[in-house]
Design a protein around this ligand. Structure first.
Ligand SMILES: NC(=O)C1=CN([C@@H]2O[C@H](COP(=O)(O)OP(=O)(O)OC[C@H]3O[C@@H](n4cnc5c(N)ncnc54)[C@H](OP(=O)(O)O)[C@@H]3O)[C@@H](O)[C@H]2O)C=CC1
Ligand SMILES: O=C(O)C1=N[C@H](C(=O)O)C[C@H](O)C1
Length: 268
């Protein structure tokens, strides 16, 4: 039985991850962690997640429960994720990370932990989005430089990072297939007399509204036609199932930085 710990246990994804662990075979909830200031410390993690008593009391510090799990699933915030990585590396634990919104420096720091421990890091854990990454690279390769590329994403009004991690990964998939560097060609929002669009740019549009779980569209457009590749998530369970699958896949793996393409065996 693989024991999984969940950080951000009272968050939207934390609660859904606990629900997914409870429903999956071969895994069990080992620990649930919230911020040290939370009023939920001591409460049963299953009850907080809405899936009934699990016999796991929520704690306010990861350090307290290092003996209680094999793999940590972390969907929190960049600084918390990096501090959890350091603790897990020190104690020989594996980690599945879904946190988005990392700066370039934070992402480099995260990447370096792959030399010390097994890590799965993915901006989106759903099977559908990971298939889209492949489809997008194939579409970009086939369509080439004649098609303008724009990426439109919509999320719930609580989301704090923009563009979404998934939109950025989609941009990277397209840019890579077209031989471009996303850091050079990304345009994040447009306003004023900015001139006509350049051929190389990849534009990002962010919408934040209501309770949308996560919609992503990549638009390829040229004279006379346009193609749209769209993914719509209607439940966070699609991400949580992916995260739990990644945790099962990661247990017992050699150190290294992996993503969902590895977990789902989608890599060419
Ligand atoms: N890869 C994927 O498939 C997906 C990734 N995500 C990403 O996961 C992350 C979380 O999303 P979501 O669950 O909606 O967000 P929430 O705000 O609902 O949850 C985040 C949780 O992390 C906790 N947290 C934040 N900062 C700290 C800290 N410094 N120390 C300890 N705990 C902390 C928060 O605690 P508190 O409330 O007490 O502040 C909160 O419970 C985001 O980055 C999001 O983009 C989301 C869905 C899918
Ligand atoms: O914050 C969210 O909710 C989501 N975040 C991820 C992202 O930034 O891409 C994945 C998903 O779209 C939901």
């Amino acid at each position: 039985m693989i024991r999984i710990a969940v950080t951000g246990a009272a968050g939207r994804m934390g609660k859904t991850n606990i629900e997914a662990i409870q429903a999956a075979e071969g895994v069990q909830l080992g620990a649930a962690i919230v911020e040290a200031t939370s009023s939920l410390i001591g409460a049963d993690a299953g009850e907080v997640a809405g899936v009934g008593k699990q016999g796991v009391a929520i704690v306010g510090s990861l350090a307290e429960v290092m003996d209680d799990f094999d793999v940590l699933i972390d969907f929190t915030a960049p600084k918390a994720t990096l501090s959890n990585l350091a603790l897990c590396a020190e104690h020989g634990k594996a980690m599945v990370i879904g946190t988005t919104g990392l700066s370039e420096a934070e992402r480099a720091e995260l990447t370096s932990f792959g030399e010390k421990m097994p890590v799965v890091f993915a901006s989106n854990m759903s099977v559908g989005v990971n298939l889209c990454f492949k489809l997008l690279a194939e579409a970009a390769q086939a369509l080439g430089d004649d098609y303008d590329v724009e990426i439109i994403e919509t999320h719930h009004h609580h989301k704090v990072d923009s563009p979404s991690g998934t939109a950025l990964s989609m941009g990277e998939a397209v840019a890579g297939a077209l031989g471009r560097d996303l850091r050079q060609c990304a345009v994040y929002g447009r306003e004023g007399q900015i001139g006509a669009r350049t051929k190389e740019e990849i534009g990002f549009v962010t919408v934040r509204a209501g309770d949308v779980v996560g919609d992503h569209t990549v638009l390829f457009a040229t004279e006379g036609e346009r193609i749209e590749i769209t993914h719509k998530a209607s439940s966070r369970m699609t991400f949580a199932k992916g995260a739990v699958r990644a945790a099962g896949w990661l247990a017992g793996k050699e150190k290294g930085l992996y993503d969902m393409q590895d977990v789902l065996d989608l890599r060419d």
